[in-house]
Design a protein around this ligand. Structure first.
Ligand code: EPZ
Length: 428
């Protein structure tokens, strides 16, 4: 097990280069199931979740070339080629799915291409129950036969038939699963109340490169015209907007002047709007944001409510909460997406934060000086928020269980050290 040791109150100066998006790379890899030809993905991040997806696909007989997992291979720009000619099973086993819910993304492609899939129900995770009922209802609407037993969902279909699907709530991976399934269905599939995240638009672009006919990705109505087969493609993974947002918040929290580059500011409008409201100076170009905060003055306390894209992302809620401990009054943070996404609060309290939680609302008192402590990561984005807290705190913070962090952030301690943070990974 490793921990991060952070000596706080060091201002940050320099440039952070953002890696490829985890939540774009995972569906991009699953989409390779839809074709017998090579799929080349460029700019894939080296993350534990990507390694898990590689393991899952290889377990099914898919050849994956060019990706070396593991922390030491922290090349920022790496490519992976996938080929399904060796496919021999159509199952996503519990031991892999329980570690990464996004394994469910193989469901739609498997049923569409092979007419069968057996995928472990993901079960809950730290941040919530994470059901996949909408994925299942969508596939059933496309004519698949679905049964659930012994913790697995079994799906079979002769050939999926296009249909109209209306999601009760926008689901990112649900939209991705049905969009992929619809590409090989007979006829037209319409998804209403679709998720609109940039990762959806990027997946639609990749599927189009593979020959699919898709309209409306990025809006709440997506239309997919099914065809008989898809061909291979070459695709660049879009920058990770959540990683970029995390470093933008870290720079505002620690102070200094930091350029966050290889990112798309247009994917961060909701965050940047709140940063401006909080009184943080920043400038932007097409592919970077520069954050500058020299003065020690308190920020403006602002209120946020997490909602589906393009509103404030739930994946930046924990990070922004840490920043609001530096507000000038009180900030109200409402989490509407997941039912248990405040686990970072207990750890922040140990560092002196004054935060009270009532159901899905956190009340964050400003004007707080955080102090270093021994704390524990609980889930991916909470762990990032605790690193930011360590950067701001007096003295030393030791953060354990950082395997959560490695799921979604490429060598965070190296990227932060490069801009002046006193942070190191220590084996325990
Ligand atoms: C995706 O998860 C992301 N993961 C999450 O990022 C992100 O937090 C989430 O979208 C919301 O933006 C990937 O893209 C791999 P949802 P997903 O389906 O698709 C409910 C990270 O930190 N729902 O959009 O699993 C669900 O309970 C991760 O990188 C159902 O009720 O989330 C939630 O309340 C964490 N039934 C809401 O919809 C379903 O069948 C949104 O969930 C599916 C979802």
């Amino acid at each position: 097990m490793n921990k991060l040791v952070i000596k706080g109150r060091k201002k940050l100066y320099g440039t952070v280069e953002i890696s490829g998006a985890k939540n774009a790379a995972l569906p991009a890899m699953a989409a390779a199931i839809l074709t017998s030809e090579d799929v080349h993905l460029h700019g894939v991040p080296h993350l534990a979740d990507v390694t898990t997806m590689v393991d899952l696909l290889e377990k099914m007989g898919i050849k994956t070339m060019g990706y070396k997992g593991g922390h030491e291979n922290n090349l920022i720009k790496s490519s992976i080629t996938l080929n399904t000619s060796g496919m021999n099973t159509y199952e996503a086993p519990y031991e892999l799915v329980k570690t990464m819910r996004a394994s469910v993304l193989v469901l739609g492609p498997l049923v569409a291409r092979y007419g069968k899939a057996k995928v472990s129900l993901p079960g809950g995770c730290a941040i919530g129950s994470r059901p996949i009922d909408l994925h299942i209802k969508g596939l059933a609407a496309l004519g698949a036969n679905v049964s659930i037993d012994h913790g697995y969902v079994n799906v079979t279909a002769k050939r999926l038939k296009g249909a109209k699907i209306v999601f009760d709530t926008p689901t990112v991976t649900g939209t991705e699963n049905i969009m992929m399934a619809g590409t090989l269905a007979k006829g037209i599939t319409v998804i209403e109340n679709a998720a609109k995240e940039p990762e959806i638009t990027s997946l639609a672009e990749q599927l189009t490169k593979m020959g699919a006919v898709i309209h409306g990705a990025g809006t709440d109505i997506i239309e997919i015209q099914g065809i008989d087969r898809l061909h291979g493609c070459s695709m660049d993974i879009i920058p990770d907007r959540i990683e970029a947002g995390t470093y933008i918040i870290a720079a505002a929290a620690a102070g200094g002047e930091v350029e966050v580059t290889n990112c798309n500011p247009r994917h961060l409008d909701a965050l940047l709007f709140k940063m401006k409201e909080a009184g943080i100076e920043y400038t932007e170009t097409d592919n970077s944001v520069v954050v500058k905060r020299e003065r020690e003055a308190w920020l403006k306390s602002v209120t946020i409510k997490t909602m589906p894209y393009p509103n404030f992302p739930t994946d930046l809620q924990a990070q922004f909460m840490v920043l609001m401990t530096q507000g000038d009054s009180t900030s109200i943070i409402t989490e509407t997406i997941f039912e248990n996404r405040f686990m970072h609060v207990a750890e922040l309290r140990r560092m002196g934060a004054d935060i009270t939680v009532e159901n899905n609302v956190a009340i964050v008192k400003g004007r707080t000086r955080l102090t270093g402590a021994q704390i524990m990561a609980t889930d991916l984005r909470a762990s990032a928020s605790l690193v930011i807290a360590g950067l701001m705190a007096d003295n030393v913070t030791e953060l354990s269980r950082i395997y959560h962090l490695d799921r979604g952030y490429e060598v965070m301690e190296k990227k932060l050290s490069k801009i002046g943070a006193k942070i190191e990974r220590v084996k325990v």
